[in-house]
Every structure is written in structure tokens, then in C-alpha cells.
Design a protein around this ligand. Structure first.
Ligand code: GDP
Ligand code: ZN
Length: 461
């Protein structure tokens, strides 16, 4: 196997930490590391053997000690990139890591591009494209469910499904080509009958995968959620309950949540990206108005709206405005302060909102009803989703689009069969479907797309 030129980067977050890791990969990874790392035992890393940790020091050109470090040697092909890799575990300081990184450049490595280590793992065939993309999703996962989904992708659940479909399509193409070489009319009829049956099966699989796309995208990117309601209705308290932490400031003065804040909350495994918006009300206060304007625009952007109402105060014109704002939107109405004497009942709110709207009674003080809220949210997210095979989800828009296009080619093949247009034409449709599906695993995808996908990674990954 040919190794790429030698690249290096800081692989851990920039900041202070117990340890920080410099990753070096490529043809001269060991030689490069040997110029910046001096083993305590005096032996060069080239002689250390694979999968060994060697204790020593980072030293500059003059031999001055920069840091104490552990060098991890992983020889090709048994490494993340499938190339020779050395990881230098230094102390996690900004200065030591930058200095050490610079030394690796002086020693012959060049700065790694975004996602270049993972890209090499892909180009060297250790990960396919969907698996490589899953690496990023694992890093960014915000709930355990999201992590499980990403890990499933990384270990090939999604790829295996795609590969099995491609395998089936290729099998049909092979049969067709054999039949073209040895033409016999009755055989053709049996063959096209079988092909049609197979194609329908594959199309069903694609349809099921596409049904996971809605939930898959939310599990990966989060569900943009706006909490709205008039001042003092309990928006910040709800946010805190969902976050289970005291992060937002709760006060008794109406309209003090002026700046919207955004937080991630794990609600039944769904990562909610919550915007706590300012109380929506007519006001002369400029700061407050900016908050309200923002709130309106967030409501427009939000995929889910949690609209709060106060059970202990009569519904007023501000509540009416909130009800107007959520009309026709994906919203859950929450009747809060259930622990107090109620003047508003769920039935009253339901009547005002319409019978199709979900109304849930809660108390952010006693946490009553919050489990119902969690259930309502997960039900909404998973609505129409068939349980994916082994937790297989379609996670990004590109994957969904490719599946739809592959399905169009399969649909075309059925039309071709039904129009009795001949085996050649069926073969062309199937080949197009086969190539499309290959874009998911990266087997039939152009370099520009590969570059674009990896450019979204961070440096060092
Ligand atoms: P916001 O202005 O909508 O963000 O409302 P806050 O979350 O700041 O709450 C306003 C006031 O209502 C605070 O004094 C909270 O303690 C109180 N509050 C919030 N939720 C409840 C509840 O469920 N029951 C009771 N009794 N008080 C609540
Ligand atoms: Zn508030």
C-alpha cells in the first residue's frame, strides 16, 4: 500500500486539558516523530514496534525539552488512517501543543486539512463514505440515542443495507446480461417477472429507509424548539426543567428574559435545540421589543413550538396572540402551574386552540406532566418512522436525496419492463440505480463531493 505525504494536527480540543494529542500520519510519520520526540530508553520510534507506547520528551531542534510525552506508534495498515501513525500525548496546554505541532512541521510534516485523517481512512478503504460521515456524528452526538444511531452507522449498519441492495441489483444486471448473450423468449419472461419482484422488494426497503429520514435528521442535528408564552407564564422554569440544570435565570419580574438563549436538552433521547424567547407582548421598551421581534422570527424558524399558558390566570389578549402565532404550526400547548388553583382548564384551552392541537397540563414546580410532554415530543419525532433495521436511520439530506434518485431509476426499470422495451433497457435503468446507491458508500462518487463532505470536519479528525 502506498502511503500519503506526512500530515500532522492537534487532535484534541484547543484549550487546557490533562493531555493533548498531536496526530501524525503518512509515509514519514515515524521519522518525523523521531525528530521531535526523544525516548527515555534512547531508542528511535522506528524501532519501537507497532501498537506500543513509548515514554519520553518532546524536544526542539536544539535539543531543549518542551514537554514530557508518550508516543503511540501504530504501523500501517493497523491504524486510523491505515498509514503509519504516531500520536504524541503531551500535556494539554495550548503552548506546548502549538509548539510541538510546529516542530512536526519543521521535521517534514505538513498541516493536515479538515477531516484529512478520516478522509485517508476512507480513501484507503477502511471506512466507506457513510461510515466516515458517522465519525463526525459521533463527535457531535448530544444524546445517547443520537450516539447509538451514529455508532450504528460507523459500524456499518447503514452501509450493509445499501451494499445488500447494490448486490441484489448487480445480480439482476448479471442475469440480464447472461440472457442477452443466450436469448430465449420464454426465459426472458420468467426473468423479467423475477426482476420486477426483486425491484419491488428493493423499493420497499428504500421506502422504509426514507421513513427514518425525518427522525434521523432530528437525532443528528437536534429539533429546533421555541418556548413561547406571555411573561411570567413559566418559560424559563420549563427550560430549566428540560435542561435539569439552573442555567437560565428565573425571576419574578415580568419580561426579564430579554435575550434569547439557546440550549440543548435531552428529552427522551431527542436532542432539543431550545430557544427561550422573550415574553411576547406589546411594549414600548426597546430592549424588550428586540426580544419579542426575535421571538417572532424564532417561532417562524422553529420546527416545534412549546406554547405555555398559565392555569392560575384567566386567558387574556396576550394568550390569544400566542394562540394565533401557533395556528397551523407543529405546536404543543402546555397549561402550566397546575399546582395552583386553576381558573383555566385544559378543556377551555383545547376549545380555543382547536381539537387537533395537543394540550398537556404541567407544573414546572412539581414536574407534573413533564413525562407526558416527553412522550408527546418523541411521538411527534418518530411519527411515521418504521423502526429501522438494527437502528438504521438515514441521517442527512444528501443521503435521502440519493435514495430518492435511486428509487426513481428502479421505478423506471419497472416501467421499462411493463412497456416490454427489452432487456437492454432494463439493464440501463438498473445500472443507474446501482451507481446511485454507490454514492452513499462512496464507491461511485466524485472527488469534489468527497472533498466537500470532509471539509465539514474539524482539523485533527
Ligand atoms: P417566564 O417569564 O415565562 O420565563 O416565567 P418564569 O419561568 O420566569 O416563571 C415566572 C414565575 O412563575 C416564577 O416565580 C416561577 O417560580 C413561577 N412558576 C413557574 N412555573 C410554575 C409552576 O408550575 N407553578 C407555580 N406555582 N409557579 C411557577
Ligand atoms: Zn423567562
Amino acid at each position: 500500500m502506498q502511503q500519503g505525504d506526512t500530515i500532522s494536527a492537534i487532535a484534541t480540543p484547543q484549550g487546557e486539558g490533562g493531555i493533548g494529542v498531536i496526530r501524525i500520519s503518512g509515509e514519514h510519520a515515524l521519522k518525523t516523530a523521531d525528530k521531535v520526540f526523544r525516548a527515555k530508553n534512547g531508542k528511535p520510534l522506528v524501532m519501537a514496534g507497532s501498537h506500543r507506547a513509548v515514554y519520553g520528551h518532546i524536544v526542539d531542534e536544539a535539543g531543549k525539552v518542551i514537554d514530557e510525552a508518550l508516543a503511540l506508534v501504530m504501523l500501517a495498515p493497523h491504524s486510523y488512517t491505515v498509514e503509519d501513525v504516531v500520536e504524541l500525548q503531551c500535556h494539554g496546554g495550548l503552548m506546548t501543543l502549538r509548539k510541538t505541532l510546529e516542530l512536526t512541521w519543521k521535521a517534514g510534516a505538513r498541516p493536515a486539512e479538515r477531516g484529512e485523517f478520516t478522509k485517508r481512512a476512507f480513501l484507503n478503504g477502511r471506512l466507506d463514505l457513510s461510515e466516515a460521515q458517522a465519525v463526525m456524528d459521533i463527535i457531535q452526538a448530544r444524546t445517547e440515542t443520537s450516539l447509538t444511531m451514529a455508532a450504528g452507522h460507523l459500524t456499518g449498519h447503514f452501509s450493509k443495507e445499501i451494499q445488500s441492495m447494490r448486490h441484489d441489483v448487480l445480480g439482476m444486471i448479471a442475469h440480464i446480461e447472461a440472457a442477452i448473450d443466450f436469448p430465449e423468449d420464454e426465459v426472458d419472461d420468467i426473468l423479467t417477472y423475477d426482476i420486477e419482484k426483486n425491484v419491488v422488494e428493493i423499493r420497499n426497503k428504500i421506502a422504509n429507509l426514507l421513513k427514518t429520514a425525518h427522525a434521523g435528521r432530528i437525532l443528528r442535528d437536534g429539533l429546533l424548539t421555541a418556548i413561547i408564552g406571555k411573561p411570567n407564564v413559566g418559560k424559563s422554569s420549563l427550560l430549566n426543567s428540560l435542561l435539569r440544570e439552573e442555567r437560565a435565570i428565573v425571576t419574578d419580574v415580568p419580561g426579564t428574559t430579554r435575550d434569547s438563549i439557546e440550549e440543548y436538552a435531552d428529552v427522551g433521547g431527542i436532542p432539543l435545540r431550545i430557544i427561550d424567547t422573550a415574553g411576547i407582548r406589546a411594549t414600548d421598551d426597546v430592549v424588550e421589543r428586540i426580544g419579542v421581534e426575535k421571538a417572532r422570527s424564532y417561532v417562524k424558524e422553529a420546527s416545534l413550538i412549546l406554547a405555555l399558558f398559565d392555569a392560575s390566570r384567566p386567558l387574556d389578549s396576550e394568550d390569544a396572540e400566542i394562540l394565533k402565532l401557533v395556528r397551523g404550526r407543529d405546536a404543543i400547548l402546555l397549561l402550566n402551574k397546575d399546582d395552583l388553583a386553576a381558573v383555566v382548564t385544559p378543556a377551555m384551552l383545547q376549545e380555543r386552540a382547536g381539537k387537533d392541537v395537543t394540550v398537556i397540563t404541567i407544573s414546572t414546580r412539581t414536574q407534573d406532566g413533564l413525562a407526558d410532554l416527553t412522550n408527546a415530543i418523541t411521538a411527534k419525532v418518530y411519527a411515521g418512522t418504521q423502526a429501522g433495521q438494527e437502528g438504521t436511520f438515514v441521517t442527512d439530506a444528501r443521503q435521502a436525496e440519493i435514495l430518492r434518485q435511486a428509487d426513481e431509476h428502479l421505478e423506471a426499470s419497472i416501467r421499462t419492463i411493463e412497456a416490454s422495451m427489452g432487456l437492454d433497457f432494463i439493464s440501463i435503468d438498473l445500472r443507474s440505480a446501482w451507481e446511485k446507491l454507490g454514492e452513499l458508500t462512496g464507491e461511485t462518487v466524485g472527488e469534489d463531493i468527497i472533498n466537500e463532505i470532509f471539509s465539514k470536519f474539524c482539523i485533527g479528525k
